[in-house]
Design a protein around this ligand. Structure first.
Ligand code: GLC
Ligand code: GLC
Length: 832
């Protein structure tokens, strides 16, 4: 094992502190909580966008560059120590891109902010990056400090490269792009207004709150055609070009001369902002105040008023510090809704800080923009977003409510759904279409979680369209009913759910049959006519979410519908027992022809994790011992040092009847990778079966905060990644695709509701912990529907599950649901 570390946690500040810029992969953070977003790496790489990483990309970023993570918001500091070139030191506080060795370096990734500090030759440069709440800009507060005894003459160059808005065409349509770029320079503000004269009503700007001594807006003039970001011409010569971009590649760079006396410190506030304005206010009037028609507008210059207003809101250190304090207060409030004290530092940090933080990020971005998702490929996923909101709903329920309506609006009248939608338009994405037969179930899953958290049944009466078509509205409850029915109406020969394009596993493409390397497994036409392909994963998911649906119907007085639904669930359970049990575990599927997948009879892929997790969570055949046997089989065949792999043995050859899953090399992604997302399903199934020791063991393997070998793990040690290379891979334990994964929400459910056992229910909080025998005592503080509960759980007998008594506000409680009530409450729970 490699013991080298690149940083450490600072829990008091809720930060991860990176102390070595050469992390094994860029370790990033996210800025912004609602509309304006940025990705920022530990060396200040990354980019910004407004709402939609594809259609409103503000700054340019080149994925998979050489070196990795090139381009971002860079500050170049030039110290002139004499006349000659040799006496000039050029460096960046975040080490890159110049990579001049620093005397010290530190990057603190916190809750929606990043602070990067570097020191060189007794100058300290610290940059705080954040997006103020509700604002459409990224603040960059640069603090330069002279730590020496002599006066320092410094030159500060900022740098950002504009993206021509559509991140996809920006990287391909050069015959057009090289002619369209336009900027304006006004004092210390550089405006990017490409395509503004035609259909756009938005522009971007980069400003600084001090007079500048020069600027550049043309990349070639600033960098030089034969130079790179690590030695831009202008910087290396310590002399800006004052270039004005016309086409080619517009950038924004300010040039500021700074003198610092011994011990002196100066702050500069840079703002990278975005403005959208009504058509009639696009330009300033020719004569002040006089606009009766668009002809009265002066089309030479954009209307800068909105930008100037925002700039004025952040033009002093005091104003910036105040906005930063507001951001901190926002996070204090969010993270105060569930806090655990377990005596295990790492677990507390996961539950109280990083897991909840990642849930916010996945809620915001779905699978669109990370250092593995390029922001142009995928919008918001139907199933992904429903899962993400379950990890987020306790934080800002109103946003989860809005999201549910948005998602449901992309459903079709028959219950099927668009698989993805664009965040900007909220419209279903036609490139991928629908036909993923697990999708409808997730709407029930998301909505029920929302109601249990908030008690807000009124959401069920909201009128929600199909496919965003006005006039097609039915209630959200109807959408749920139709979702439930979609499974029932699409059963195969074994009365198990037909899989359609795919279920949760996008790569189990049973109706695809692709031999053409030029087509995508994900979007190519499927041939499901006459298909017998059925999914045991959907069967389990249907039983879990179907039970939720039944309970919901009972809550709202729809007893007949509840009974009808229960019958369907009972038949599904029967079908699984009869046709979905392989002897030691649940089958995974039947293929197009009706052959078994995930059976001992198969040569490869004998056992799959998804059906064990879902049928286990559903408790199918628990009395007959099926759940326990399935979980034992998971331990035997799927488990490894770093977690459970998706399937075993891995596929070594391409199976056309299974599609993409068998396209991956053994041990990676859906082919026997440790697909972290589905490990919590097994952990939760463990808790259903009262196996607290197993649950805890696997939880630790999947939690980033328990990672031991940071070099091997490669990606950020403070958030989950989608996949860790499995036991059949070349480097088991190597992580990939960090940040945007359903793992976040599932790990949150697992820890908060199933292990620590505090579960929102219709009438209150259901207390049902499942812990390792060694757990003695812990507390959880939970805010819930206006009440604040201090819950202490004791385990004197060292059991794994079972509550023997609950004292609620000093009185013994019948059952284990603590009633929802405003005010402060104490809850004393004894297990045993
Ligand atoms: C990706 C997708 C998710 C899918 C999973 C398994 O993470 O975002 O929707 O379920 O892969 O294929
Ligand atoms: C597949 C990936 C899977 C992802 C899907 C959708 O190639 O393996 O994880 O969910 O594409 O883009």
């Amino acid at each position: 094992m490699n013991n080298k570390t690149y940083g450490h946690f600072d829990d008091a500040h809720r930060e991860y502190v990176i102390t070595d810029p050469q992390t094994p992969w860029p370790w990033i953070n996210y800025l912004g909580n609602e509309d304006f977003f940025s990705l920022i790496s530990n060396t200040a790489g990354g980019y910004s966008f407004f709402k939609d990483a594809k259609f409103r990309r503000i700054t340019r970023y080149r994925y998979n560059g050489v070196p990795m993570d090139n381009g971002g918001r860079y500050f170049y500091i030039v110290e002139e120590r004499g006349e000659s070139k040799e006496e000039r030191i050029v460096w960046n506080p975040g080490w890159k891109p110049c990579k001049t060795p620093l005397d010290s370096y530190e990057c603190r990734h916190g809750m929606s902010y990043t602070r990067i500090t570097g020191q060189k030759n007794s100058v300290e440069a610290s940059v705080l990056f954040f997006v103020p709440l509700k604002k459409w800009c990224e603040v960059q507060k640069v603090t330069l400090k002279n730590l020496s005894n002599e006066t320092k003459q410094l030159k500060l160059f900022s740098f950002a490269e504009w993206c021509l808005w559509n991140a996809a065409t920006d990287m391909e349509n050069f015959q057009r792009n090289f002619s369209t770029g336009e900027v304006e320079i006004d004092g210390s503000v550089i405006y990017h207004k490409t395509e503004y004269k035609e259909r756009r009503n938005h522009y971007a700007y980069y400003s600084v709150n001090t007079p500048i001594q020069g600027f550049d807006t043309d990349r070639e003039s600033f960098v030089g055609l034969y130079n790179e970001f690590d030695n831009p011409d202008a910087v290396m010569e310590g002399r800006p070009r004052n270039s004005v971009a016309h086409g080619w590649s517009p950038i924004a760079s300010h040039y500021i001369e700074v003198e610092l006396k011994p011990g002196e410190q100066k702050d500069f506030i840079f703002l990278l902002g975005y403005v959208e304005q009504p058509q009639e206010e696009k330009y300033a009037p020719k004569t002040p105040g006089l606009i009766t028609s668009l002809g009265d507008l002066d089309r030479t210059f954009i209307n800068k008023v909105r930008a100037q207003q925002t700039i004025a809101e952040f033009d002093t250190v005091e104003k910036v510090d105040k906005a930063f304090a507001e951001l901190a207060a926002f996070w204090d409030d969010l993270l105060d809704r569930y806090t655990a004290k377990t005596g295990n530092e790492a677990l507390d940090r996961m539950v109280n800080i990083w897991n909840q933080y990642q849930c916010m990020v996945t809620f915001n971005f779905s699978r669109s923009a990370s250092f593995f998702e390029s922001g142009v490929g995928r919008g918001m996923g139907f199933r992904d977003s429903n899962q993400d909101l379950v990890g987020f709903v306790h934080q800002i329920p109103s946003r989860a409510r809005e999201r549910i309506i948005d998602i449901a609006s992309t459903q079709f009248p028959d219950g099927g759904c668009y698989h993805q939608y664009q965040p900007l338009t909220k419209r279903g994405n036609n490139d991928i279409g629908g036909g993923f037969n697990d999708d409808p179930c997730w709407l029930i899953f998301g909505t029920v979680a929302y109601i249990k958290e908030t008690g807000d049944f009124s959401i069920l009466d909201e009128m929600v369209p199909f496919d965003n078509q006005p006039g097609s509205e039915v209630t959200l409850f109807d959408h749920l009913r139709i979702s439930f029915n979609h499974v029932v109406e699409n059963l195969g020969p074994h009365k198990l759910p037909l899989i359609g394009r795919a279920d949760w596993n996008d790569c189990l493409n049973l109706n695809c049959f692709s031999w053409d390397p030029n087509e995508s497994f994900q979007t190519t036409e499927n041939n499901s006519v006459g298909s017998k392909a059925e999914s045991l994963m959907i069967a389990g998911l249907f039983v879990v979410t179907g039970k939720q649906y039944v309970e919901l119907c009972q809550q709202i007085g729809k007893g007949v519908e509840a009974q009808r639904a229960q019958k369907e669930i009972d038949s599904m359970i029967e079908a699984v027992k009869q046709h979905g049990w392989d002897g030691e575990w649940y089958l995974r599927a039947y293929d197009f022809y009706g052959n078994k997948i995930g059976s001992n009879e198969c040569e490869e892929g004998k056992i799959f994790i998804e059906s064990q997790g879902w049928c286990g969570m559903a408790g199918i055949g628990q009395e007959e011992g099926m759940v326990d046997r399935a979980l034992d089989s998971c331990k035997k065949y799927l488990d490894s040092e770093h977690g459970m792999v998706l399937n075993n043995p891995a596929f070594t050859t391409y199976h056309v009847e299974m599609g993409e899953i068998s396209s991956y090399p053994a041990g990676y992604k859906e082919n026997a990778g440790i697909f972290c997302h589905n490990n919590p399903w097994v952990i939760i199934a463990d808790t259903v079966a009262a196996r607290g020791n197993d649950a805890w063991e696997l939880y630790q393997k999947i939690s980033p905060v328990f990672i031991k070998d940071q070099t091997l793990h490669k990606v950020e040690p403070y958030v989950n990644c989608q996949m860790v290379a499995g036991k059949d891979a070349a480097r088991p334990g190597e992580g990939k695709n960090s940040w945007l994964t359903g793992t976040a929400a599932w790990m949150w459910l697992t820890a908060s509701q199933y292990i620590l056992g505090i579960k929102p229910a219709y009438d209150g909080l259901l207390i049902d912990p499942c812990v390792p025998q060694t757990a003695k005592e812990y507390t959880v503080k939970r805010k819930f529907r206006g009440g604040e509960y201090l819950i202490t759980i004791r385990n004197p007998k060292g059991v794994q599950k079972g509550v023997s008594s609950i004292i609620f506000d000093g009185q013994p409680l019948q059952g284990n649901v603590v009633p929802a009530a405003e005010g402060s409450h104490t809850v004393e729970v004894t297990m045993g």
